[in-house]
Every structure is written in structure tokens, then in C-alpha cells.
Design a protein around this ligand. Structure first.
Ligand code: NAX
Length: 331
């Protein structure tokens, strides 16, 4: 039998946490044969609700769940973890300036970075979900300097999955037959959902999405804004932000990273830019990646047209601005 893996979820008493921990305990993140020990961190005001989640996990009698650590102590939470899913953060409240929210999250990510660096298992893989996700991941990287850059990522898989789903609905095909959409850039409304390399499996082989949709006007406008604004639409309709879809995408992100992407398929991950595709190095930017042997690699050599170039640069620009704001909070 496999040794259990320790998975940290911060913000575990929140709504994404509530959807995510049972998925992890069922094997949706690390596979149906991988035992797990869940480490759940939240802040003291959430203690009761965190303990309630722990009681429900016990009651669910998950066969793969070999232990639960529920704590408000960052060091205890980070000790020995192999995977860290950072969902906890400070939300933007009405009337708050972007800089004020940033400053709260910078201080959270700074201290959690140090705890992870000092106490996590070697080669721990980190996924930042909490917004501003790309920039929180960058801060985490900055304050965990001994962590390998490749081990710090942020979630854009939800946006990726939303893009696959929009194409599937439009073409009335199964979402599992659509692949290789790309989310470029920031997990924000400047993200660029790109279908230029996406295909659909048909009875006669793989066909380009552009050819099947045959409506460039829709693909270049409404499709893009629908994906960009989907999070806001969910809030309007559900009166709460995306939770089950965010949790499911976080599982997809880690599963593909650890267990690999299928041959010929790429997915979107926010990773540390090495300058690929002219994206400034030193940003956490969402790229198309393939994964194998527990490592991601940016897909190289995709042709980029003028329309895409502009959108990729706009979202990079926003990330550079966020980075500057975050750094100004450090002083
Ligand atoms: P909730 O407010 O329900 O939960 C957040 C939890 O984090 C709370 O229980 C809170 O007590 C806890 N927390 C706050 N500070 C903490 C700290 N220093 N250490 C540990 N825990 C702490 O928010 P929820 O809806 O679960 O969303 C969580 C985060 O995900 C938000 O930042 C949200 O913006 C972000 N999202 C990111 C998405 C993505 O695709 N990257 C999509 C979904 C989601 O909007």
C-alpha cells in the first residue's frame, strides 16, 4: 500500500474549503489508490466551523483518509506537507482599495511562505487559489527562496474548464471531447481565453474549434467576455462566489501536475514566467503546460497572431502593475 500524502488546505473553513476537502479525501486530487492525511488551517474566529468540518470528515468515513489535522497554528499546519492548496486569504470588501486588500494578502502570504519553507516536506507542490492568485503566488515564491520556482503555481484551471465548457455548449458536444484551450495571464477579467489551438474530437478525427464554431465574431468577443466574467455572473446568480467548480478545478490542477497530462493534451497553469512567448520573466502568468513525472513544462512554439499578442500583453501589463503594488506594500 502507498504511504499517505499530506495535503494542506488553508482557509479550510471557507466555502471552497468545504467543497474541496471531501474531494481530496475521496481521491479526486491524488488518485483512488493514494491515501491522504488532510491538514486544515484557518484563523481563530473560524475555529468552531473548522472543527465542524473535521467532524463531518470523520463522519463521512472516507477509506482513503488516514488522518486529519485541523488547526489555527501555521507551523503545525505546514509541517510535513507534500501538497499545499492555499485557499485562505483576505477578501475584497466593498469600498476597499485594491492596495489595502493587497497589503493584507501580502502579509498573509509572506508569513505562510516562511512556514512552508521551514516545515513542508521536500519538493512540496504549492497551488495558490486565493485572490489575487497570481500575485499571492509571487509573494509566496519571494518569501520561500529555497523553494524551487517550479513548485509554486496558481489556479487558472477553473477559467480553463469554463472555456472548455462554453465551447462544448456552443457546439453541443461532450466537454471531454474538447481540449487545448488556453488561459493566458492573470486570473482576473484581463485573462485571455484563447481557442486558436483548441480541437474537438469528432467521428472523423480532431477538428479545430475555429473551424467547427465557424463564427470568429463570437469567438473573438462574446466567448472571451463570457469566460472572463463567469465568476461575476456566478456571484449574481448564486449570491455567493464559485465554490464547487473552484474546488474541482484545484483537484484537476494538482492531479494533472502529479500524475501527468494525457498525450497530446495541454492545460493552463499559473507558473513562474521564464520569458516564454515574450511574457516578462518574473511574473506568475498562466501558460499552456504539459505535465509528466511530477513536473510541468510550458508548451513551446505555438504561433501567436496579432489579436492574441495584444491580449497577452494587456494581461501581462496588469500583472506587472499588481506586482508593483504588492512590492510597495512590503515597505
Ligand atoms: P471564504 O471567505 O468562504 O473562505 C476563506 C477562508 O479563508 C475563511 O474561512 C477565512 O477565515 C480563511 N482565512 C482568512 N485568512 C486566513 C489566513 N491568514 N490563514 C488561513 N485561513 C485564512 O472564501 P472562498 O469562497 O472559499 O474563496 C477563497 C479564495 O478563493 C478567495 O480569495 C477567492 O477570491 C478565491 N477564488 C479563486 C478562484 C481561482 O480560480 N483562482 C476562483 C474561486 C475563488 O473566487
Amino acid at each position: 500500500a502507498k504511504e499517505p500524502m499530506r495535503v494542506l488546505v488553508t482557509g479550510a473553513a471557507g466555502q471552497i474549503g468545504y467543497a474541496l476537502v471531501p474531494m481530496i479525501a475521496r481521491g479526486a486530487m491524488l488518485g483512488p489508490d493514494q491515501p491522504v492525511i488532510l491538514h486544515m488551517l484557518d484563523i481563530p474566529p473560524a475555529t468552531d466551523s473548522l472543527n465542524g468540518v473535521k467532524m463531518e470528515l470523520v463522519d463521512a468515513a472516507f477509506p482513503l483518509l488516514k488522518g486529519i489535522v485541523a488547526t489555527t497554528d501555521v507551523v503545525e499546519a505546514c509541517t510535513g506537507v507534500n501538497v499545499a492548496v492555499m485557499v485562505g486569504g483576505f477578501p475584497r470588501k466593498e469600498g476597499m482599495e485594491r492596495k489595502d486588500v493587497m497589503s493584507k494578502n501580502v502579509s498573509i502570504y509572506k508569513s505562510q511562505a516562511s512556514a512552508l519553507e521551514a516545515h513542508a516536506a521536500p519538493n512540496c507542490k504549492v497551488l495558490v487559489v486565493a485572490n489575487p492568485a497570481n500575485t499571492n503566488a509571487l509573494i509566496l515564491k519571494e518569501f520561500a527562496p529555497s523553494f524551487a520556482e517550479k513548485n509554486i503555481t496558481c489556479l487558472t484551471r477553473l477559467d480553463h474548464n469554463r472555456a472548455l465548457a462554453q465551447i462544448a455548449e456552443r457546439l453541443n458536444v461532450q466537454v471531454s471531447d474538447v481540449k487545448n484551450v488556453i488561459i493566458w495571464g492573470n486570473h482576473s477579467s484581463t485573462q485571455y481565453p484563447d481557442v486558436n489551438h483548441a480541437t474537438v474530437k469528432t467521428t472523423t478525427g480532431e477538428e479545430p474549434v475555429r473551424k467547427l464554431v465557424a463564427d470568429d465574431e463570437w469567438l473573438n468577443s462574446e466567448f472571451i467576455t463570457t469566460v472572463q466574467k463567469r465568476g461575476a455572473t456566478i456571484i449574481t446568480v448564486r449570491k455567493a462566489s464559485s465554490a464547487l467548480s473552484a474546488a474541482s478545478s484545484a483537484c484537476d490542477h494538482i492531479r494533472d501536475w502529479v500524475l501527468g497530462t494525457p498525450e497530446g493534451t495541454f492545460v493552463s497553469m499559473g507558473v513562474y514566467s521564464d520569458g516564454s512567448y515574450g511574457v516578462p520573466a518574473g511574473l506568475i502568468y498562466s501558460f499552456p503546460v504539459t505535465c509528466s513525472g511530477g513536473e510541468w513544462k510550458i508548451v513551446q512554439g505555438l504561433p501567436i497572431d496579432e489579436f492574441s499578442r495584444k491580449k497577452m500583453d494587456e494581461t501581462a501589463q496588469e500583472l506587472s502593475e499588481e506586482k508593483a503594488i504588492a512590492y510597495s506594500c512590503l515597505n
